[in-house]
Each structure stands twice: as structure tokens, then as C-alpha cells.
Design a protein around this ligand. Sequence first.
Ligand code: FAD
Length: 447
Amino acid sequence: MQLDLATLPAPKLDPLESLLARHPTGPLANLVEHDAPPADAALEAFPASLAHAETKRAHFDLRGYARTRNHLEGGVSRLSPYVTWGVYTPRELLDDVASRHGRHDKDLAKFTSEIGWKAYFREGFRALGARVYRSLEPYKYPRAEDEPGLPPGIETAETGLDCIDTLVATLLDTGYLHNHGRMWLAAWWVHYARHAWQDGEAFLYRHLLDGEPGPNALSWQWVASTYAGKPYAFNVENMHRFGLNGCDGTSFDATYDELDARFFAGHREGGYARRGHDHPSTVPGPPRPDLLRPPTTAPMVVLHAERLSTRAHVLLEHPDAPVAVYLDARRLERERPSRKRLAFAVRLAADLVTHLRDEGRAADLFLLEDEAELAHHARALTRDGFVAPDSWHPGTWNTLGRLDTHAPVAVTPDAPLAEVQADLRSFSSYWRKAEGQVTRRLGSLFS
Ligand SMILES: Cc1cc2nc3c(=O)[nH]c(=O)nc-3n(C[C@H](O)[C@H](O)[C@H](O)COP(=O)(O)OP(=O)(O)OC[C@H]3O[C@@H](n4cnc5c(N)ncnc54)[C@H](O)[C@@H]3O)c2cc1C
């Protein structure tokens, strides 16, 4: 379905009512959570526009990052929603931030390794696909049956635990949670409330503006210990230290030894179960190498959900080509995003289209149900093929593969953070191979 973008509200306001008025039936109507409140608070915190992303990026000051980033009020960038939807690749963001920072120091080293985590998890998703949703290894401590369903009260931030409710209320309101907040929420969910990590993963993903399969599912598995050597645990003292109150006197207001006896069957004492030898490694090359080929003479540019950006190399290579921006309605129907996540994605994609039109391009936005729709659109504009950026999502490669049966698709990759063959058993096994490549390049930015 092609979306009519005339007179959308500003990027800080929920666009869905206005779009639904023009498209009362079809995929959009099926996707919107009609009983959820408008996404204005999330879009106020994370305006869905390229200009706002640029302002946020330009104002991000790396000084103090290494020292403060674990604190809820610390100096993190809050740029991840824009990275997830491809306004910036991890490499572009790192290079921009590093150039402005202007020197190698511990703040830049820490930021570089955090960007490295994103690349590591994306490699993990490329290697594992839907297997990221199944425990990759056994738990490293003796664990009773999961409690059924979701933790009571979680969906309305009314669990009765003030610290957890504060985190969940922030998530429900803004679609963002600080990394430490995500770690506490996940560890509480899995180890203390004893619910399945998979349900926590799905809950968080639905609400996060930056929700991404690799980083989210593999972080949950890391916390749970099904993709790590030991479970991640925290106590109330740790929460206090990094800026969260409200859980004094709870079962996890305890020393680590007490937590171990209470929740991990005293396992810390006797050591954790060892990790197995079966683990993923990076997959060389794209899923469809046949699509890395020269473009046709008059292609249309296709921008997908992993690259909602004017920086995509294909745009620079084809400055006069019309552009089709699409979000995949079939994927969205499977994922059932929260209203704010959907509003953010649709408004960001619409903003990109507006931006391209302002630059004088023909550009349109599709909520794609069938590749034939794009093929038809391209034919109507007398285009003989498609050019697209690459993607970390195997589903997008499948879409491009199906599009290719209608007219030739040529993929032009954007420069990756690093290109290495690495074991993905742990971040350090990946980073050992990738770090040198990344820091050498950063060095050349300063020389
Ligand atoms: C349970 C759990 C679930 C998570 N789910 C997601 C998710 O769905 N999507 C997602 O992008 N990240 C996820 N993370 C990682 C991390 O919490 C977020 O990337 C980070 O909070 C983003 O905020 P920021 O942009 O302010 O980070 P900054 O500290 O400013 O970092 C800059 C960039 O580096 C990347 N980054 C930073 N930390 C991490 C990390 N630990 N892992 C991966 N990338 C990182 C992000 O792209 C971020 O934009 C999850 C972490 C946990 C513990």
C-alpha cells in the first residue's frame, strides 16, 4: 500500500490517526494498536525526523562517557533508535562522533567498543537468524520450571516493585531504556521473577524504538546465561549506585552471596556449568551474493527499514533516480509493534520521503504487502530495475530476492564497521579481531 503523506503532523506528534483517516482499511489499520494512547511522549523524546537526529548527533558530547555511561543519568547518546532504523550505520555514527571528539582517549575507546557490541550482535543475527529466539546453551545454574505467562502487572508498570515499575513506565512512555535499566529489568525478569527470557525479549522488543532482533534477543540470552558463561545478577545496592531507587527490602536487596543462595542454588560457590563448544561465527558475504552486481541503466532506488537515510551510498550513486521507501507490512504484522514503535518507524520513513522530495526527487512510501507493488510502481515510472543498500536483516534480503524475480535488483553495500572472520562465542572473541581494523581507521581520521 502506498501511503498518502500530504500534511502529516510534525515529527514530534503521532502521525497514525492522520494516516488512518486517509487509509481506514488495509495493512496500516491492521497494525495500529487502536486502544493505545498516541505516541506523543515517545516522539517528543525521540522525534522521528532526520533533522532531529542530526541535531541530537551534533550535540552529543563524548567527554565523560567512559566514567558516566553506566549511570541512568550518565552521558549516553540516546541515538540508538536512529541507528536501528539506519539513519546512521554504526560506522557513520562512530566516525562522526570520533571526528568531533578529535582524540583517542578512554571515552572514545569505550564508545568504540559499545558500537562494536551493536556490530557483534548484528553478526550474531546474520549467523543465527531465528535461532536467536531459542536458548543457544543451557542455563549455567540449576533452574526450576519457568513461571507461566508474563510477570503480573508488567504491562501497566504495576508489578508492585517500585524500581521495576519506574523502568517499565519509562519504557512504555518513551520507547527507550538505558542499557543498565535493560540489564536490571532482564535479570529481574529471568532470575528473580523466574519468567521465560523469551517473553521478556518479546515484551521489550515490541516497546523499544531501537528494538532489534540480534541486540535484543542475544542480550537477553547473555543476561539469562544461555549465551554466556554465567548469569548476570544485580542487587539493590547496585541500583542505588547507578541511579535507581524503590526496591529496598525486596528479595534482591541482599548481598551477592545471599542472592546466590536464594536464586542460583548456591551455584556461585561450586562454579557454573561450563559453556559448550558449539557456537556461531561470522558468515562471510551476503545471503544473496548474486545481487551484488552492476545496476541496470535506469533503476529505481529502494530504501528499506534498515537504511532510512539520505546517506545511503545508492542515493549518491543514483542522484536522479526516483526512490521507493518501504516498511514491510508482513514483518510488522508478525512483530506487532507497540503504537509508539510503529509511529516512530512510519514517521521517520515519511520524513525521509519528504526530505528526498525537497531535494527534487520523486519519492514515495510503501507499507509493502507484495513485491509486485514495487515492480508495478517502477514500471509506471519507466524504471528497468532496482538498486538497494545492503541489510543486516535476512528478511530484507528475501524481499530483495523476490523483487529480483520482477526486475533486476543490484545491492550496493554501505561500508561496514569491520570485515572480519571471527568466532562469535563472546564479544571479546569478535572484538579481538575487529578492534584493530576499527581503531586503525579512526587513527586515519585524526592524522
Ligand atoms: C536486555 C537488553 C536488551 C537490549 N536490546 C537492544 C535492542 O533491541 N537494540 C539495541 O540497539 N540495543 C539493545 N540493547 C543494548 C543497549 O542497551 C542499547 O543499544 C543502548 O542502551 C542504546 O542507547 P544509547 O544509544 O544511548 O547508547 P550509547 O551508550 O550512546 O551507545 C552508542 C551506540 O552504541 C550501540 N550500543 C551501545 N551499547 C550497546 C550494547 N550493549 N549492545 C549493542 N549495541 C550497543 C548502540 O547502537 C548505541 O546507539 C539491549 C541491552 C540489553 C541489556
